[in-house]
Every structure is written in structure tokens, then in C-alpha cells.
Design a protein around this ligand. Structure first.
Ligand code: SD4
Length: 300
């Protein structure tokens, strides 16, 4: 449990993302700015394969982004799906939330909306994502999303969706996430990240949860909504997250997925399935420091 304002961010970039967000909270700023700072930090990392610029491309070699943001005080929400050629997907999601009556804008129209809001249109491809795509395309393969049983096992070498949850000094909750989704996905594919209750969910009275992993499976179960609702009933975050994931495995799905959750009072926890060997962590920054918590241990 942490006290006072805090920010929680998933995966190995969590500590760095939290540090990017912490000055906002330390200065008495808003959790919405903290979440945006945290996620922008990861979106702009050139060597981060799963989020933002330079990220894992789709089947035709284009990187497209999904992102979402929840704002507690008004239970407000904004998201973008399959956003192209704009780096800061979480910031575009914030514009959807703050500047429109809509909740989710997708595809080329999301790009047009972003440009209208003043964002720069630019390539998301860098050397790393270009090379990864060329190597894959040279094998002449179709994406494994065409397999009849795509979820019989997890084919993905890694996952790294960034999810952030913050509560500021005023007690206001913000939850966000951002991702490229899935390697060599079918163009137009949108994952769980911009679906409310799937990739992220928050309730000002309870807390927030963020998910990472095979979104094609996870979105069928709204696991972050489930986690937050169990927390509302008094379940600790780690048990709530594990219970939400168990709902999925109980249906027979074998997949890799993780959830990190934190209650408004600072009690936090996470759970994962399929990543006993791969390792899954989240980090929490508060006035008492920046702590990385391993839900499943990082391989030696
Ligand atoms: C997706 N959930 O689009 C995302 C991928 C992910 O870590 O989390 N990767 O399916």
C-alpha cells in the first residue's frame, strides 16, 4: 500500500515512465497529466517494440496504435483505435475525451482528427520495426491470426502494452494505456486497449486496473472492469486480478495476460497467466519512492 499521490505503470519501462510522471504529482498536479506524461515517455522510446513509435508493424508493415484514457471525476473516457502516423496516441485519446462528445475514434479518421487537434503526422516506422517486418515478410508468411485456433497457445514472443494508473493529491483517478497491439496483425485490427473495461478501467470510488497480453482473447471478458468490480466488493487487487483472469482460463483459453490494479487508497496488486517464465511486473511511484513489483519473476 502506498500513501498520497501515486502513479503505477506496467512492465520494465514502468520505473522510467513513473519518474517522467512523478514531478507532475509532486507539484500537486493532476493525475491526468501524470498518466499522459508516463505513457508519452514510453510511446516515444525508439527501441520499445510494443508501444508507439518504432513499434511492431501489421501485416503490411505499418505500425498502428490503440490507446485509451479514463478520467475519474466525471467517469469520462476517450480512445483511439488503429491510429496511424501519430506518435502520442494517449494524447489523441485525451483530446477525444476532452474536446468531443465521442468516446472512440478509429483508423485514418483518427489520424485526421489528430491533425485537426494540432498533432504532427509522421511515420511510426524506424529501422528496427522496418527490419522486423522485412524479416517476417521474406518468409512469405501470413499472420498467425488466420490460424483456426489462434489461442491454442500463445505465439507472441513478448507483450509490453503500457498501462498507467494515477491518483493525485486531490484524490482524482486517471487510468490509461497505449499499445501497438499484436505483431503482423491483420490491417484494421483493434485490440483490447481502447475498449473500456477490457484494456483499462477505472472508477473514482474504487480504483483502476490495466491489462496487457493477448487482447483478442482478453477483450471478450472485460477483465479490467471485472477486476474493479471485485475490488468494489472488497477484494484485494491481486486476488481480484487473478479472479478476472481465471474467468478466462476457466473457459479453456490458453494465453498470456497480466493485470495490474490499484485501489484509490493505494493498495495494489497484480496477476498473470502464461508468463511464469517470461516475467511480468509493474512499478509504483509515490513520495516514498519507486518500487518495481514482480508478479511473476523475471527470468535470470
Ligand atoms: C493487444 N493487449 O492489443 C494488447 C497487446 C499487449 O503487451 O498487451 N501487449 O492485444
Amino acid at each position: 500500500k502506498v500513501r498520497g499521490p501515486f502513479v503505477l505503470t506496467t512492465w520494465d519501462f514502468g520505473p522510467g515512465a513513473n519518474e517522467a510522471a512523478w514531478p507532475v504529482l509532486a507539484a500537486g498536479g493532476s493525475s491526468i497529466d501524470a498518466v499522459e506524461h508516463s505513457i508519452n515517455h514510453v510511446e516515444l522510446l525508439p527501441d520499445e517494440y510494443w508501444v508507439g513509435y518504432g513499434g511492431v508493424p501489421n501485416e503490411v508493415g505499418e505500425t498502428t496504435l490503440d490507446a485509451t484514457i479514463f478520467w475519474g471525476p466525471r467517469h469520462d473516457f476517450g480512445g483511439v483505435g488503429c491510429l496511424k502516423r501519430v506518435k502520442k496516441a494517449i494524447s489523441v485519446a485525451r483530446k477525444v475525451m476532452e474536446e468531443t462528445q465521442h468516446s472512440l475514434i478509429v483508423g485514418d479518421d483518427a489520424t485526421r482528427f489528430a491533425v485537426r487537434m494540432g498533432f504532427e503526422e509522421t511515420s511510426l516506422t524506424n529501422l528496427r520495426s522496418q527490419e522486423a517486418w522485412e524479416k517476417w515478410a521474406a518468409k512469405g508468411e501470413r499472420t498467425d491470426a488466420f490460424l483456426p485456433e489462434p489461442f491454442a497457445e500463445d505465439h507472441l514472443p513478448g507483450h509490453d502494452t503500457v498501462g498507467s494508473i494515477s491518483v493525485d493529491a486531490a484524490g482524482n483517478l486517471c487510468v490509461g494505456c497505449s499499445t501497438n497491439g499484436r505483431e503482423f496483425k491483420i490491417p484494421g485490427r483493434v485490440g483490447d486497449s481502447p475498449i473500456p473495461g477490457a484494456g483499462a478501467y477505472g472508477d473514482q470510488a474504487v480504483g483502476g486496473a490495466v491489462a496487457t497480453g493477448n487482447g483478442d482473447v482478453m477483450m471478450r471478458f472485460l477483465p479490467t472492469y471485472h477486476t474493479v468490480e471485485l475490488m468494489r466488493q472488497g477484494m484485494p487487487p491481486d486476488i481480484a486480478a487473478a479472479t478476472a483472469l481465471k474467468r478466462i482460463t476457466d473457459k479453456g483459453y490458453k494465453f498470456g495476460g497480466g493485470i495490474a490494479a490499484i485501489a484509490i487508497d493505494g493498495t495494489h496488486g497484480g496477476a498473470q497467466v502464461g508468463w511464469d517464465d517470461a516475467g511480468f511486473s509493474y512499478s509504483v511511484r509515490s513520495a516514498s519512492g519507486n518500487e518495481q513489483i514482480w508478479v511473476s519473476p523475471k527470468p535470470a
